[in-house]
Design a protein around this ligand. Structure first.
Ligand SMILES: Cc1cc2nc3c(=O)[nH]c(=O)nc-3n(C[C@H](O)[C@H](O)[C@H](O)COP(=O)(O)O)c2cc1C
Length: 143
């Protein structure tokens, strides 16, 4: 039983490049043990996190509940939750979206303006954006 969950949140003001690297390091260590894969997008300009988690239902919901209580972000909003037949982000224990390679035209394709605002668009649109980011090799493995 595989599920895919996507949420958005607002990073706390203390989240800098070092804090982001620490989050990715923890994810890379922990997620393989529980069979979770996914992608994390941190957009400092738009002050937003967008994360997709895929894996077994109990692993994903347990991890999501833990992440939602993490003081490094707030305003956690569940955007999408579905049972899936296969993973879309199986290559990454937790991939990182390279914001420098985020094409404004791609944002415009799914939203009213070229600003990443997952709170303003449907979960379906944010997932479609993530799928395109994967297809255009805009996702990196965290260092
Ligand atoms: C935006 C964000 C995304 C996170 N993603 C993950 C993740 O994918 N996997 C993970 O293990 N921890 C993730 N964390 C960290 C967890 O909230 C938690 O600190 C970590 O799992 C360590 O938990 P523990 O102290 O109970 O072992 C994330 C935190 C934030 C703020």
């Amino acid at each position: 039983m595989l599920v895919r969950l996507m949420y958005a949140s607002r990073p706390s003001p203390t989240v800098d490049a070092e804090a982001l690297a620490a989050i990715l390091r923890t994810s890379k260590e922990h997620n393989p043990r529980i069979g979770v894969t996914g992608v994390l997008c941190h957009c400092a300009n738009a002050r937003v996190f967008l994360q997709v988690l895929e894996g077994g239902r109990s692993a994903v919901s347990g991890l999501y509940n833990k992440i939602a209580q993490d003081p490094r972000h707030h305003d956690v909003a569940l955007l999408s939750y579905e049972e899936i037949g296969e993973r879309s982000f199986s290559s990454w224990s937790m991939g990182q979206v390279n914001m420098n390679r985020l094409n404004p035209a791609l944002l415009l394709k799914y939203s009213e303006t070229a600003v990443l605002d997952p709170y303003a668009v449907s979960g379906k649109a944010s997932l479609a954006l993530f799928n395109e980011l994967v297809a255009t090799a805009s996702v990196n493995a965290p260092v």
